[in-house]
Design a binder for this molecule. Structure first.
Ligand SMILES: NC(=O)c1ccc[n+]([C@@H]2O[C@H](COP(=O)([O-])OP(=O)(O)OC[C@H]3O[C@@H](n4cnc5c(N)ncnc54)[C@H](OP(=O)(O)O)[C@@H]3O)[C@@H](O)[C@H]2O)c1
Length: 262
């Protein structure tokens, strides 16, 4: 048994949306360390270029606003000008909106649903050909959707559209998996718990307090997220299909007797 190459991504090409910072950057960095060439995308071209420069020659910036179907198709076509095939697509770019129920605005619904649910669907659709080009009988291509533990259980915040969007992306993962497995493309999802980022400023700025609600006693590290994504993307994850992998230090599955009041 060759376990040494199980988690290698040598020679693979990946596209990580929202790869300029936070969880997307953690995943991009992990993929590059395992040998992949990684395209990162986000709206701000400067931030994308800065991250690509920091991650080295195997990281290429491809900035794009993917909140519209047009943006998704444009990103796919720009990617297609660079590469004939796509081994790994990570649908990571996401957005959250919190506001009390009575004043929760349509904008806070649409922006979240558009980026968190619609974009992964239409970007995957636009890149289906490139994913098919990469898929080989003994080496499936991969689509990894970034969901959330908020799609599996409730949190305290009034993030109505975010909760719904993350439950939706988990179920969409299974539906797409059922279709794409026929083409040798495995679709899975990761449901992160608390990771320090611009979106999760509580974890970033008050990690010690957030950690009190995590059975493992800490927030997630970049390596935790990279490891899960590498597993699903590599040969090690080739027999995992339609799965939603919780990476949360036990919040969803092991949260007995945890006090959050300090
Ligand atoms: N951090 C956590 O604790 C946590 C927990 C559970 C799930 N998640 C999920 O993980 C994913 C990443 O979150 P994060 O915490 O890393 O958030 P983040 O730090 O806010 O990063 C979001 C990324 O998405 C990009 N982005 C935002 N809007 C975009 C658009 N319209 N088009 C293209 N790119 C766009 C951002 O760059 P630009 O602003 O330049 O566009 C950035 O690169 C999200 O799906 C989130 O729901 C995070």
């Amino acid at each position: 048994m060759d376990t040494h190459s199980l988690f290698s991504l040598e020679g693979r090409v990946a596209l990580v949306t929202g790869g300029s910072r936070g969880i997307g950057r953690m995943i991009a960095e992990g993929f590059i360390a395992q040998g992949a060439r990684v395209y990162i995308s986000s709206r701000k071209a400067d931030a994308c270029a800065e991250t690509a420069a920091a991650l080295g020659a195997s990281c290429i910036a491809l900035p794009m606003d993917i909140s519209t179907v047009e943006g998704c198709r444009l990103l796919a076509s720009q990617f297609g000008e660079q590469e004939p095939a796509l081994d790994i697509l990570v649908n990571n770019a996401g957005f959250a909106w919190g506001q009390p129920f009575d004043t929760f605005p349509e904008k806070g619904w649409d922006r979240v649903m558009d980026l968190n649910v619609k974009s992964p669907f239409f970007l995957t659709q636009a890149l289906h050909g490139a994913l098919r080009n990469a898929a080989k009988p003994d080496r499936p291509a991969k689509v990894i959707n970034i969901g959330s533990i908020d799609g599996l259980q409730l949190n305290l915040w009034e993030t109505y559209s975010y909760h719904a969007s993350k439950a939706a992306i988990h179920h969409l993962t299974r539906r797409l998996a059922a279709l794409m497995i026929r083409d040798g493309i495995n679709v899975t999802a990761i449901a992160p718990g608390a990771f320090a980022s611009e979106m999760n400023r509580a974890a970033r700025d008050h990690g010690d307090i957030v950690a009190k609600a995590v059975p493992a006693g800490r927030i997630g590290r970049a390596e935790d997220m990279a490891a899960a994504a590498i597993y699903l993307a590599s040969r090690g994850g080739d027999y995992v299909v339609g799965e939603v992998l919780c990476v949360d230090g036990g919040v969803v599955n092991a949260a007995l007797n945890i006090r959050i009041d300090g």
